[in-house]
Design a protein around this ligand. Structure first.
Ligand code: UDP
Length: 562
């Protein structure tokens, strides 16, 4: 059956169920964005032309909203608790529905079991019942529940699962044996999934797939109204919870010299003591009213927490400048409670690295808050700067539809990959050494790796400097690391073509391989495909890195990826 774009979302709203505050929040959002989704669908349909799209049967099981996982979020929706996850799930549902797929939504264990065909009253199903879905989107909580209740069929069907995982899971933490042996075990990791099955909120870890969410897009008329209606001395503080404001008196004092400060901090009856009296606190606002506030404001200011939420993108889309603190040293699972136990080694250099690295000035200012003069100078400069509303394409409805369409069409983790096992000699080398001898390219006319996605000819491979992760090595060349190309590179042939002087070649399990070690002139190949990793570095190794190009404003897709 062909998938047909949908523009009427009323049936989706029914599928989403009711009752919980979290579902009410999500449904309001979906309803409000209906016109944007419909328009985006039209534009994408035109862009894709008559391309064949199969209709998939999809289960969306939102594990963190189930009572069985404790559902700590729903009761806090109206009390300043996190909303980013709900924004994202609402947008995922809308995307899958608008793309025209068959959809089931579950937010309880009972519904999950009945959709999986597990007989009621039975703890789990020991038989391998066929899974009636082509794809299942869930989260870590849901994954645990599925494992418990699917019996043997979990292993068989786990390649169809996609895990929504805000901060990402690196390969070293995902591989059970390796994680256990090398100290990468966490509360979340070691599911032995293909790392691309984990889908993140921001494109911060190329080892995972970037799922994202959307921010409302202004029409040209709205943009002009917003630009004309800005109050140049109005600031909104990022953070719905009073704790975010704690200990920030000094910055608030400086800011207060120049601007009128607004907040949207939840409170019960009295002003929270963390929020100074000179701040105009609106209390937690409904999403559309929060956006209206952003439209008037000049500055959206972050004090270091929450990390990487949707609000800064909304602020920038509504014409605000986002001012945030640089973290030095960077925050990570090694030094910060929030990241402790998360299956990633990523170092976070500011409150919102995406805003810093993908958007930047004039929309985003990242400064050292320990330096009061720098902080004050930034505020003064921002008040004089004129910025237009800006929303990166990948965070528009069309961008999200385009990206998820491409994943559904092309990502297949159920069929074993094509390329030869490590060490096996290729009949004819597919590599071409670039004219300046710095990197490898993939011959367009070779028949090796047919049907690879991203297509193999977008591969550009470098030998990184010692101590450099592939994530960074690729960025150095204006490219992005593409882990699905590692298997192509994992060969003596690649080292040879790059003129790396290997005295010996070993094949071992190590998330930094393939790599070259200078001292003994040893080359190392990767033995375990699940451990191919863009992240990770060691001064001992020069890593062999697979990079690719990307579309401007849609980093998840290469130029020839659609
Ligand atoms: N938001 C809201 N009312 C407010 C402040 C924020 O509805 O008074 C919404 C905002 O539009 C955003 C969402 O809360 O989409 C989550 O934003 P945030 O970046 O704070 O992430 P979180 O920490 O909640 O996940």
């Amino acid at each position: 059956v062909q998938a047909v774009f949908r523009s009427n979302l009323s049936h989706l709203l029914e599928l989403m169920g009711s009752g919980k505050e979290s579902l009410i929040f999500m449904k309001k959002r979906t309803k409000r964005l209906t016109a944007q989704w419909a328009m985006a669908a039209q534009r994408l349909a035109r862009k894709l032309g008559g391309v064949q799209r199969d209709q998939k049967q999809i289960l969306v099981h939102i594990g963190f909203l189930t009572e069985e996982s404790g559902d700590v979020f729903s009761p806090r929706v109206l009390k300043g608790g996190p909303l980013g996850e709900m924004v994202q799930w609402a947008d995922i549902l809308a995307t899958l529905y608008v793309l025209g797929h068959g959809l089931r939504v579950t937010v309880s264990l009972k519904e999950l079991q009945s959709n999986l065909g597990v007989p009621p009253g039975r703890g789990s199903c020991p038989l391998t019942t066929p899974l009636p879905f082509d794809l299942v989107y869930t989260d870590y909580h849901g994954l645990q529940q599925m494992k418990q209740h699917m019996g043997l069929s979990f292993k068989k069907y786990r390649c169809r699962i996609r895990v929504i995982d805000t901060f990402g899971t690196e390969p070293a933490y995902n591989h059970e044996e390796y994680a256990t042996l090398h100290g990468y075990r966490t509360n979340w990791g070691y599911w032995n999934l293909n790392p691309k099955q984990f889908m993140t909120m921001f494109p911060h870890t190329p080892d995972n797939s970037f799922m994202g969410f959307v921010s409302e897009e202004l029409s040209e008329t709205e943009k002009q109204l917003v630009i004309g209606g800005k109050a140049s001395n109005m600031a909104v503080v990022y953070g719905k919870e009073a704790s975010v404001w704690k200990g920030k008196e000094k910055f608030l004092g400086i800011l207060n010299k120049y601007m009128e400060i607004h907040g949207t901090v939840y409170y019960e009856s009295q002003r929270p003591p963390e929020v100074p009296a000179f701040v105009k606190n609106h209390g937690l606002l409904p999403q559309p009213e929060f956006q209206q506030l952003l439209r008037k404001a000049k500055l959206f200011i972050g004090f270091g927490f929450p990390y990487e939420g949707p609000a800064p993108l909304e602020a920038i889309a509504n014409g605000c400048v986002f001012l945030q603190s640089r973290f030095s040293p960077p925050h990570s699972s090694l030094n910060h409670e929030f990241f402790r136990g998360k299956p990633t080694s990523r170092e976070v250099f500011s409150q919102h690295p995406y805003a810093e690295n993908f958007i930047g000035k004039p929309h985003v200012w990242t400064v050292d808050y320990n330096n009061s003069e720098e902080f004050e100078a930034a505020i003064k400069a921002i008040m004089r700067t004129q910025v237009d509303p800006y929303l990166p394409y990948e965070y528009t409805c069309e961008g999200m539809l385009e990206r998820i369409h491409a994943y559904i069409q092309h990502q297949d983790f159920c069929t074993a990959p094509g390329p030869a096992p490590p060490g096996a000699p290729a009949p004819q080398s597919p590599f071409i050494l670039a004219p300046n001898a710095t990197h490898l390219e993939w011959a367009r006319n070779t028949s090796l790796a047919p049907g690879a996605w991203p297509p193999a000819h977008s591969l550009r491979a470098w030998l990184a400097a010692a101590g450099r992760a592939c994530t960074d090595a690729c960025l150095d060349h204006g490219l992005i690391c593409e882990p699905s190309f590692f298997p192509f590179l994992n060969s003596q042939d690649a080292f040879q073509k790059l003129q790396v002087p290997c005295d010996s070649t070993e094949s071992e399990m190590n998330h930094l391989y393939p790599a070259f070690a200078q001292p003994g002139r040893e080359c190392f190949l990767q033995k375990e495909p699940l451990l191919f990793s863009c992240a990770g570095s060691s001064t001992k190794y020069q890593r062999l890195c697979p990079c690719r190009d990307f579309r401007k404003g849609q980093v998840a897709l290469c130029r020839d990826c659609l």
